[in-house]
Design a protein around this ligand. Structure first.
Ligand SMILES: NC(=O)c1ccc[n+]([C@@H]2O[C@H](COP(=O)([O-])OP(=O)(O)OC[C@H]3O[C@@H](n4cnc5c(N)ncnc54)[C@H](O)[C@@H]3O)[C@@H](O)[C@H]2O)c1
Ligand SMILES: [Zn+2]
Length: 371
């Protein structure tokens, strides 16, 4: 497990990877402390010029809170705002961001700050990985999804018309600053969406996290321990299997085989990612009961937790099962005719199974239509 330490009400999770080490700091009111946090993290990397990449929703809310203290500390900050939404995760926008940086005179010695949700983190992280062959970057995630998932682990990239996240790079941030105060301004739907991934983390690794989520419900209080625990789980998995070669990182795909199928079949915009994953988790839970040793009772607890965040647990009748099954079949986890499917042996204990019959997956999709 990664090192965890507490300081001033903030929790610090240290990642030790093969070539990189960095901290994820989870706390309240951290934005204004950024200059100190940067100086502590790496006085060499964070020099005089920064580019702050954000989106059109997050920028007006938080860009000044980030840029102000940096400028006061003598760091020049150039701001780039991309339109909010998944459509910004494209090669076109990456090119535009890089060209704006060049025109602003940023060079190899500059660093990048990604302020926003997973879209900004993935897009700006990718720009940082290729700009001048790679510059340091800092993640300031502002959604639940970004704080517990996308800002940690170094996967960056964009979508193309051929598919999501197919072009990208591993580029680890030098520091991640997860200020939970920013989560207060998230709309309910986006807030709840993040609990799809949180409940997934609990299901694969941490029964106590499920109890914590059940006790907290949708109240946005005392979020530091909750977010920090999720970061620690994600960090532990990334540490064990940084480049997804050992199979451990694949456990994070629990619920994602069917979830991605639903996301793709439904088309862009109908379900948020976490909502599609909620349905995928229901499917994976049912398969874990049918094909492994998860008990009905454990499964019901996971599904009830999803429901308590208003996440969908059954499919609308107008979505075609044929389309979903076809989309699952195109998924990369089905390479070489082998179905790799993550199942639970029990709550907190996940494994990759190669023996789930494709037929069972088709059947479980059918069960999702029952209300
Ligand atoms: N790199 C990874 O390992 C990884 C992991 C999971 C997801 N992702 C990617 O992350 C993306 C999804 O991330 P997301 O769910 O954060 O979406 P997002 O970045 O689109 O944010 C959701 C919406 O919330 C707004 N928003 C963000 N922070 C806000 C705040 N504090 N207050 C008010 N509004 C705010 C955004 O402007 C946006 O409209 C997807 O592209 C997905 O592929 C990547
Ligand atoms: Zn996911």
């Amino acid at each position: 497990m990664p090192d965890l330490s507490e300081h001033d009400g903030a929790t610090r999770i240290s990642l030790n990877l093969e070539r990189d080490r960095y901290d994820v700091i989870v706390g309240e009111g951290l934005l204004e402390k950024l200059p100190e946090l940067l100086a502590e993290a790496d006085p060499g990397a964070f020099r005089k010029r920064a580019v702050l990449v954000t989106d059109s929703t997050v920028g007006p809310l938080y860009a000044d809170a980030v840029s102000g203290p940096l400028r006061a500390a003598g760091i020049e900050v150039f701001e780039i705002t991309v339109p909010a939404g998944e459509a910004s995760k494209s090669m076109e926008v990456v090119t535009d961001v890089c060209r704006q940086m060049l025109r602003a005179g940023l060079d190899r010695k500059s660093f990048l700050i990604a302020l926003g949700g997973g879209v900004v983190g993935d897009l700006a992280g990718f720009a940082a990985s290729i700009f001048q062959r790679g510059i340091p970057f800092v993640q300031i995630p502002t959604t639940v999804v970004a704080q517990v998932d996308s800002s940690v682990g170094g996967k960056t990239g964009v979508n193309t018309p051929e598919g999501k996240n197919l072009v990208g790079a591993f580029h680890q941030p030098r520091l991640v600053v997860a200020d939970v105060t920013t989560l207060q301004s998230l709309p309910d739907r986006e807030y709840n969406e993040g609990f799809g991934e949180i409940i997934k983390h609990a299901a694969i690794r941490d029964p106590a996290l499920l109890s914590r989520v059940e006790a907290l419900g949708t109240r946005r209080e005392n979020l530091v321990p909750l977010i920090a625990r999720n970061v620690a789980i994600k960090a532990a998995v990334v540490e064990e299997d940084e480049r997804e070669t050992a199979g451990v990182r694949a456990l994070l795909n629990f619920g994602h085989t069917v979830g991605h199928g639903i996301e793709n079949a439904a088309g862009y915009g109908r379900f948020l990612h976490g909502e599609a994953i909620s349905l995928g988790l229901v499917a994976a839970v049912r398969l874990s009961v049918a094909c492994s040793s998860l008990t009905e009772k454990e499964g019901a607890r996971i599904i009830a937790a999803l429901r308590s965040f208003d996440l969908p647990t059954s499919l609308p009748g107008d979505l075609s099962r044929h389309d979903i099954v076809e989309a699952i079949g195109r998924d990369k986890k089905f390479e070489e005719g082998k179905v790799r499917f993550v199942l639970l042996r029990s709550l907190g204990d996940a494994f990759v199974s190669q023996t789930v019959p494709p037929r069972a997956i088709e059947d479980v999709v059918l069960t999702l239509y029952a209300p």
